[in-house]
Design a binder for this molecule. Structure first.
Ligand code: NZQ
Ligand code: ZN
Length: 392
């Protein structure tokens, strides 16, 4: 087992109705002048925002409210908020929404703390040295941003989507109230399920042959629970038990627990981010469209590992590793298809010309200046092969 250091300082407040704790939680974590941020309006329509502002009022907190964050959140929006609120002595950012709202808050926090251009942090030109506290009232089980150290923004002008990882990004608290997620439609639910699965799958395949049975058991258990309850939630949006399982799994899947002691891969996220940047595609859909083609491209590196996944998660019974590995990939494709997720470019952004595929590979490889992944390191030509295989 490899060495690791694990610290997830985010306080989780879990349970139906726990949104009422929002004001108290902000106060407990030092907030007094709060910027509340929400998305395109679902939080207004389903009453979540009202519950949050009631909870802030009950604590007598001063707050401002800003809506309008789009999925695949835009740099320009975050920069504008940081610029407009610089002189307002904000000491707490409260995200009411999903990963897009939360990542916007993390970026605004960077801008408020440090001034200047937020994108500098995403390009690695400046280091995040401190923080304005962020907390979240989560409304969709998906990105795991509520306990993660990362923020992901789209720079529309440059057509790139990029992450910035720093311990300063970890939210102070996450209110996980599964009742807030029953208003989600089937497609967004399925996108979330796919993303939760992917955060564990991206940590499951490692190049260094390290063995960590405990981590494997957590990862495989999480995948089984998410697949079972994902199917239920897509078909029965009001099923609070399924919504609860997904919400807790979403946070656990992306706070590193399911990959401790192993290097992460995250090539599929990089391939998917470029699709989202170019086509404004939902994050979960970008991942299911790429994973099967990534898996087919790399599986020969360790067929046994793919076979192990299929036996442990899908209950496959085959003895022979190669056959079992291929059935594992097929099994996950079938699952995503069943919950309404695309498994090719044709299924989400349409079949593309060779020119667009080359553009995707150029952008994902930063014009051939980087590789992605660690299980198998992928260069620009590999990326092009995978985009081409996905182009059905
Ligand atoms: O904007 P509104 O109107 O609120 O609608 C949203 C949005 O259209 C809707 N929604 C959310 N909660 C709802 C609801 N609709 C009805 N009822 C509710 N209760 O769902 C749509 C998607 O919202 P979004 O916040 O974009 O979803 P998600 O949480 O999947 O976040 C995706 C973003 O997170 C990034 C992704 O790249 C993407 O930009 N990620 C962030 C990560 C991180 N910071 O650690 C890691 C992830 O791998 C991911 O990259
Ligand atoms: Zn993700």
């Amino acid at each position: 087992m490899n060495s690791f250091s694990y610290c997830v300082p985010t306080r989780v407040i879990f349970g139906a109705g726990e949104v009422r704790q929002a004001g108290r939680a902000v106060r407990d974590h030092g907030g007094s002048r709060v910027l509340v941020v929400y998305g395109g309006g679902s939080a207004v329509r389903n009453g979540t925002l009202q519950k949050v502002t009631d909870a802030l009022d009950a604590e007598g907190l001063t707050y401002y409210v800003e809506g309008g964050v789009q999925p695949n959140p835009r740099l320009a929006f975050a920069q504008d908020l940081a610029d407009r609120y610089r002189d307002k002595d904000i000491d707490f950012l409260l995200a009411v929404g999903g990963g897009s709202v939360l990542d916007t808050c993390k970026a605004v926090a960077m801008g408020l703390y440090s001034g200047g251009e937020v994108w500098d942090f995403f390009e690695g030109k400046r280091k995040v040295e401190g923080e304005i506290a962020v907390g979240s009232v989560l409304t969709i089980a998906a990105a795991g941003s509520e306990t993660s150290d990362s923020a992901v923004l789209t720079n529309e002008a440059a057509q790139v989507k990029r992450g910035c990882n720093t311990p300063h990004n970890r939210p102070r608290f996450a209110i996980l109230d599964p009742e807030l997620t029953v208003s989600l439609g089937a497609y967004q639910t399925a996108c979330g399920v796919t993303d939760i699965m992917m955060h564990t799958l991206e940590r499951y395949f490692s190049s260094d042959g390290s063995v960590n049975q405990m981590t494997d058991a957590i990862a495989e258990g999480l995948l089984r629970v998410v697949m079972e309850n994902g199917l239920i939630a897509v078909n029965e949006p009001d099923n609070l038990q399924a919504r609860s399982e997904l919400m807790w799994a979403g946070s656990l899947s992306h706070n590193d627990l399911t990959g401790l002691g192993r290097p992460k891969d995250f090539a599929v996220h990089q391939l998917g981010h470029q699709l989202s940047a170019l086509f404004d595609l939902a994050h979960g859909a970008s991942l299911s469209a790429m994973w099967p083609h990534w898996a087919q491209f790399v599986c020969r590196k360790d067929l046994q590992r793919f076979a192990h996944l299929g036996r442990a998660v899908l209950g496959l019974r085959c003895d022979e590793d190669e056959q079992c590995a291929l059935l594992t990939i097929r099994g996950l494709m079938d699952y995503w298809h069943t919950i309404g997720m695309p498994i090719s470019l044709g299924g989400c952004v349409g079949v593309q010309t060779d020119l667009v595929l080359r553009q995707l590979a150029d952008m994902c490889s930063y014009q051939s200046s980087r590789t992605i992944g660690s299980f198998v390191k992928l260069d620009r030509e590999d990326m092009l092969d995978i985009y081409t295989a996905a182009n059905q």
